[in-house]
Ligand binder design. Structure first.
Ligand SMILES: Nc1ncnc2c1ncn2[C@@H]1O[C@H](COP(=O)(O)OP(=O)(O)OP(=O)(O)O)[C@@H](O)[C@H]1O
Ligand SMILES: [Mg+2]
Ligand SMILES: [Zn+2]
Length: 327
């Protein structure tokens, strides 16, 4: 699990505890106001508890058996009063959203399912801008948008995209430390972001940490980390940068559309180089071809992208235009 998403999940859990505590207090006030005897009973019960503790520590008082009997009688009276007031017997007990871990997030020496669920929600929320409305899944990737006409001795766009689809599907299903990095290249509107989203969904649902962002948003986190004077903003950017550097799969969209500065170039280089060296996987989408990449980013980065990434050329006609024509 990733630190910053886990921290958010734990904050959600802390909020649940706070809400439950507020509800416990509200119930107590409500019941005490309606049945003042219950408040006296609770005070007496607490007295019995501390007398019992005192006995264990060797102080004088009633015998443990006597105390137990007195406690039992008080609890019976209490349950009867609660019932008469129209409440279940456990109405004033502590409220837990998860009984298994009592909202601590830990049960039987492991992370409890309830915390896992909150964590997954944070993960999905963070991917929301990429997953859009959830229409972009492998099953909905249409091949008929790509022409079946092949130039002499070449694959048709449809055959090529069939291959790309097969590779992406298998990549998502088998994602792990042995997976390659991928580079999606091709003109606008050919499905690069679509397939990125489909991969992100499957990999993230299988439990790996996935981060998605455009290159320009990614670099702006690096900029804020380095240059922001607002400490909150700076700390937030720093944790985003840590996540971008260390998540299992980073999806970087629209390489080549960001504003190019000396800072952006070096931040991008250290991000991509650092991830290669840490063995973390990255998927990059770009409209640039290899010459364009070398020209814009220089030989050092171009050589890493060539040597360390599997290139998947997207072909065909702009699907944004095709859809417009078909309407
Ligand atoms: N194979 C496909 N089947 C169905 N819809 C598709 C397919 N490919 C792309 N689309 C749709 O076409 C539009 C453009 O696709 P997408 O955003 O993935 O293109 P892109 O290659 O990322 O383009 P750009 O380089 O401009 O970012 C989107 O609305 C997407 O859902
Ligand atoms: Mg795109
Ligand atoms: Zn739990």
């Amino acid at each position: 699990m990733e630190g910053r998403l886990l921290a958010r999940a734990r904050a959600k859990q802390a909020q649940l505890r706070t809400d439950n505590k507020a509800e416990e207090d509200r119930r107590r006030r409500e019941v005490y106001a309606a049945v003042p005897e219950l408040e006296r009973l609770d005070t007496e019960l607490r007295g019995i508890m501390s007398e019992l503790v005192g006995r264990v520590l060797g102080r004088p008082g009633r015998s443990p058996e006597e105390l137990e009997a007195a406690g039992l009688a008080l609890r019976e009276r209490r349950a009867a009063l609660l019932q008469k007031a129209g409440h279940p017997a456990d109405y004033l007990d502590p409220i837990f959203s998860c009984r298994r871990c009592r909202d601590t997030g830990w049960a039987d020496g492991a992370v409890c399912d309830c915390l896992r669920k909150l964590y997954k929600q944070e993960q999905t929320r963070e991917l929301a801008p990429l997953l859009r409305d959830g229409r972009e899944t492998f099953g909905r990737f249409r091949l008929d948008y790509y022409s079946a006409a092949a130039p002499e001795g070449e694959l048709s766009p449809r055959e090529q995209m069939q291959r790309v689809l097969t590779i992406c599907r298998s990549y998502a299903e088998n994602f792990g430390p042995g997976s390659p990095n991928l580079l999606f290249t091709g003109a606008p509107g050919l499905g690069k972001t679509f397939l990125s989203a489909a991969i992100a969904r499957v990999v993230s649902e299988s439990g790996s940490g996935v981060a998605y962002d455009t290159v320009s948003a990614t670099l702006s986190a690096f900029e804020r980390e380095k240059f922001s004077r607002d400490t909150d903003e700076q700390a937030d950017a720093a944790s985003r940068v840590r996540q971008l550097m260390s998540c299992d799969l980073l999806i970087l969209d629209d390489l080549g559309t960001e504003m190019s500065t000396a800072f952006s170039q070096s931040a991008l280089y250290s991000l991509l180089d650092g991830r290669i060296r840490a063995g973390k996987k990255t998927i990059i989408s770009t409209n640039l071809d290899d010459d364009g990449i070398a020209e814009r980013y220089g030989a050092a980065l171009a050589s890493r992208l060539k040597g360390e990434y599997e290139w998947l050329p997207f072909r065909g006609r702009d699907i944004r235009e095709l859809k417009k024509e078909l309407r």
